[in-house]
Design a protein around this ligand. Structure first.
Ligand SMILES: *Cc1c(COP(=O)(O)O)cnc(C)c1O
Length: 369
């Protein structure tokens, strides 16, 4: 089966003899004991199994583990590492996962945040006790592109497992396992959910090895699992994911072009732009550039906020990947200690008509000058 077909069919596990077309939601916390039955819904549940199955298929992995958030999925990986492990993480990393490493795992893991766009610097950062290379590509919020194959080759020479946060790409535009990563992580909250109404995360593994066994134990015994309804919503959303991604990309490409030539903009970060430093690598390992872009507004933080307030169709809110366009001044959200420039705007381009989005931007620019 090809991607669009898998997205629609791979999550269906219908056992009801009345043959509903859509798999029902199984809310039951427990199952009557019989040969081959499920036991208890923290350990396994039909809707979670469906979600894990469709995501493993789309990422061509051996198995998947769904969690109640993207951060919980990341946390399961960090928890699976022996205490004292050295972790290499991107210097442009989703700030929630960065905080997990610097605050929650402060006394258990040591971390170096490295420029992953330069594989040589990663090689130089390796230590004898390095036990994880965490990649995020495209990165949040700068849309930096890291070469998954080159980085995985460096890590694998020292038997270091590689995990790739592929949230911005989704399985539609990038399959990190095919480029050498051992595991791929997604925040299901973003494009996979796609309608800004469910929090979730998932890990997909290439092979069912030792660290994977640990992660599955952390999932079922730790218990940060998504509800059957959350899983149902995600399986439903995934059916339209290939087409939504095409639409997000088409709109983001048009908007990136518009912004790049606008006099009030200093720089646009979007890997689809030929001027972007990551463009060549993105073209090699991705089949599309996604629906998120960032840009530098020419002006102070206050002026940047004013511009955002002038917009009508872009809601000023955190998160990304929904059908509605969202916009935010990133440093304001990340708070004190953020390394993000004060005039950096992150944009999640939705599926509205692009002419409406561009004319909305045009009038917001006019009102500011
Ligand atoms: C949102 C996000 C996460 C965290 O996911 P949650 O579902 O919010 O916990 C991780 N990585 C990236 C790149 C994200 O954008």
């Amino acid at each position: 089966m090809k991607t669009e077909t898998l997205a629609i069919h791979a999550g269906n596990q219908i056992t009801d003899s009345r043959k509903p077309v859509i798999q029902p939601i199984t809310l039951s916390t427990t199952f009557m004991h019989h040969e081959g039955s499920m036991v208890y819904s923290r350990l396994e549940n039909p809707n979670r199994e469906s979600l894990e199955k469709v995501m493993a298929s789309l990422e061509t992995g051996a198995d998947a583990a769904a969690f109640s958030s993207g951060n919980a999925a990341g946390m399961a990986v960090f928890q699976a590492l022996p205490v004292g492990t050295h972790v290499i993480a991107p210097n442009d990393m989703y700030h929630g996962l960065r905080r997990l490493l610097t605050e929650v795992f402060k006394d258990k893991l040591s971390v170096d945040f490295v420029d992953l766009t330069q594989p040589e610097t990663v090689e130089k950062s390796l230590k004898p006790h390095t036990g994880l290379l965490w990649i995020e590509t495209p990165s949040n919020p700068l849309l930096q592109i890291s070469d998954i194959r080159a980085l995985s080759d460096i890590a694998h020479k020292k038997n270091i497992p590689v995990v790739c946060d592929s949230t911005f790409a989704t399985p539609i535009f990038q399959n990190p396992l095919a480029w050498g990563a051992d595991m791929v992580m997604h925040s299901n909250t973003k494009f996979i959910g796609g309608h800004s109404d469910v929090i979730g995360g998932i890990l997909v593994t290439k092979t069912e090895n030792k660290i994977w066994e640990k992660i599955k134990t952390i999932q079922s015994i730790g218990g940060a699992v998504p509800s059957p309804f959350d899983c149902y919503l995600l399986v439903r959303s995934i059916k339209t994911l290939p087409y939504r991604m095409k639409g997000h990309e088409e709109n983001a490409t048009r908007l990136a072009g518009f912004l790049e030539s606008h006099p009030r903009i200093d720089e646009v970060y979007y890997p689809g732009l030929p001027s972007n430093p990551g463009h060549r690598t993105a073209k090699m390992q991705m089949s599309g550039f996604g629906g998120v872009l960032s840009f530098l507004f020419k002006g102070s933080a206050d002026k940047t906020d004013q511009f955002i307030a002038n917009l009508q169709y872009f809601t000023n809110a955190t998160s990304l990947g929904g059908v509605e366009s969202l916009i935010e001044r990133r440093a304001k959200v990340e708070g004190p200690g953020s390394k993000t420039l004060p005039n950096l705007i992150r944009l999640s381009v939705g599926l509205e008509n692009i002419e409406d989005l561009i004319s909305d931007m045009e009038s917001a620019f006019e009102k500011i000058s």
